[in-house]
Every structure is written in C-alpha cells, then in structure tokens.
Design a protein around this ligand. Structure first.
Ligand code: ATP
Length: 288
C-alpha cells in the first residue's frame, strides 16, 4: 500500500466520523439473518429470505443468480442504502447503519458526474474529505494509471466509451480507499470483448489492492472467472442455495476447460433449483 493511500484512509476515517479503524486487522463482512420483504400496497414480495454469510478480508465473492433473486437487494443493504427487514450486517466488526466510505457501490451504469472531467470525478470524494489539492492529484494519477486511463484526465464522461466510463468509476471508488467494493453487474451493459478485457483488469486491480469484492452477475462463466467463491441465489423467495469455493489458478481464462467444467456444474445446480421451484409452484397452484 502506498504512503498516500494510508494517509487518505486516516483522513477519510476521521473526516467521516464513522469511528472505523480499517487498518486494524483489515476488514471482514458478516451477514447475520438478513432478510428483506417489500410491501407495496396489497403486494408483498419476499425479496430475500434470511441470509447468513461470512466474508473474509480480501476475498473476491460473486453473487450469481437469475433476475429477481435478491442479489441487488442484498448488495444495497450491505451498502447501507436499503434497510433490512431483519438481521444485521457487520463490516469490519462494526454494525452497518447506513452508507459509509468503507463500502462503495458500483452500478451497471457508471454514475460519473457529467459536468466534471475524469480527473475531477476521481478527485470528487477526496475533495469532500478535504484532501489537499496536490495530494488529490497524486492519488488520482495513481488510480487512473491503475485503470489505464492516463491521457484521458481531462476528457468528459460523454467523450469516453462505456468500458472507459466504468474504469473511471472504478478509479473514483478506489481513490477513497474503501475496504469493500460492491459491484452490481458492472459490465452488464458492455460488449463481450470489452467485458473480457475488464475482467482481466479487475482481477489485476484486486490482486494489487487486495480489496474485499462482492460482484453481482447473471453470467456463470464471469462468476467462475473472477470469484474465490461463487454464491448461487434462487428466486421466490430470493435465497442462497449454494456456496461454491473456486480453487482454479489465476489469472483465469474463460476458455480454460476446468473453468468451463466448473461453470457447467454450477449451472446444473441452478437449473435443478429452478426446476424444483417451478414444480413446487405448479403443485401449489393445483391444490389451491
Ligand atoms: N423497491 C422495491 N419495491 C418492491 N419490490 C422490490 C423493490 N426492489 C426489489 N424488489 C423486488 O425484490 C425482488 C428481488 O429484486 P432484486 O433486484 O434484488 O433481484 P436481483 O436478483 O438483483 O435481480 P436482477 O438481476 O434483475 O437485478 C424482485 O422480485 C423485485 O421485484
């Protein structure tokens, strides 16, 4: 970890007043009995059946599952943007009560400020944390370099490709040095070629920074290519059905036959689970 990174952490920690001490023993995430039910008039949706999970510092964990199985809901609760109906989340042994600079959420659409150039976007959180100008520029340079965006510091978001915008958003998140990166289908809107390139970059960044990463995807191969673990969700109600450790060597290639086999094994579990669900629903509708 660079000197400047250490300095930012302590500045943001004291500035935000959240009392975290992220450098003491690193971060871990504990999810205890977290559930979510949405009530919308007459309509009640059990988006998430109670979930228990423990995530180690520096783990790369993929949440995999079809649409509507509660992956984004769980990520939003971890980010502190959504309140759980029951249970609690502990980030670095401290209960999550709302958003914090220790957990940054990245979406499918890179949420950059269109009126700021790339460098200003990356410096945004640092400016809020009152990091001096020279140091901000140094930190921005470091992370823009890491995501291969040097030369584009003064471009505006509309002048960048989708992949470049997503890389700028990653640099902006890394600049404030969160312990946990929460990525909600960050490459879902990109073409397959750009997506493959970004996988390699995200993996390299993760190896260098050793952040804890939670990465939501529908794509089984993407999950196996990136994750130390692939946690499989199923819908109605949203719940975890399996937790697969992935022990394949890194860096991984999407064409590697071990990766393809592992993805097929996971897909089979997911298919069986969906089939079981459909049969239960069919049976339920027959007896009611
Ligand atoms: N604000 C909300 N109000 C009512 N229902 C909601 C709300 N947010 C999510 N849901 C419902 O909760 C369930 C889980 O949604 P969620 O977005 O977490 O699933 P997901 O697995 O992330 O799906 P996708 O991959 O399509 O994003 C869905 O049935 C969804 O319709």
């Amino acid at each position: 970890m660079s000197q400047s990174t250490v300095h930012i952490r302590s500045s943001i920690g004291s500035g935000s007043g959240d009392g975290l001490s992220p450098l003491a023993g690193g971060n871990s995430l504990r999810i205890e009995g977290v559930s979510k039910t949405f009530v919308d008039g007459e309509r009640v949706v059990e988006a998430l059946h109670p979930v228990d999970l423990a995530i180690q510092p520096g783990e790369f964990v993929c949440f995999l599952g079809p649409s509507g199985c509660g992956k984004s809901t769980l990520l939003s609760i971890i980010a502190g943007l959504e309140q759980a109906s029951s249970g609690a989340i502990f980030a670095n042994h401290k209960e999550v009560q709302g958003p914090g600079t220790d957990r940054i959420l990245l979406f499918q659409e890179a949420a950059l400020f269109p009126w700021l150039d790339v460098q200003q976007n990356v410096e945004f959180g640092l400016r809020q944390a009152r990091i001096p100008r020279k140091q901000r520029a140094e930190i921005a340079r470091h992370y823009l370099n890491m995501v291969n965006l040097n030369g584009f510091e003064h471009s505006y978001p509309h002048q960048l490709s989708g992949g470049m915008r997503q890389r700028a958003a990653i640099a902006r998140a890394l600049a404030i040095d969160p312990e946990i990166l929460l990525m909600d289908e960050p490459f879902g809107a990109l073409d397959a070629f750009t997506r493959d390139k970004l996988h390699a970059q995200v993996e390299a960044i993760w190896r260098e920074t050793r952040k804890t990463v939670l990465f939501v995807t529908h794509n089984v191969r993407e999950a196996v290519a990136l994750g130390d673990r692939v946690i499989v969700f199923a819908p109605r109600p949203g719940r975890i059905v399996r937790d697969f450790p992935i022990h394949l060597p890194r860096p991984r290639s999407l064409e590697d036959h071990q990766l393809v086999d592992k993805a097929a094994e996971i897909l089979e579990v997911l298919r069986n689970e969906m089939q079981k669900q459909e049969q239960e629903e069919e049976f339920g509708s027959l007896i009611h």
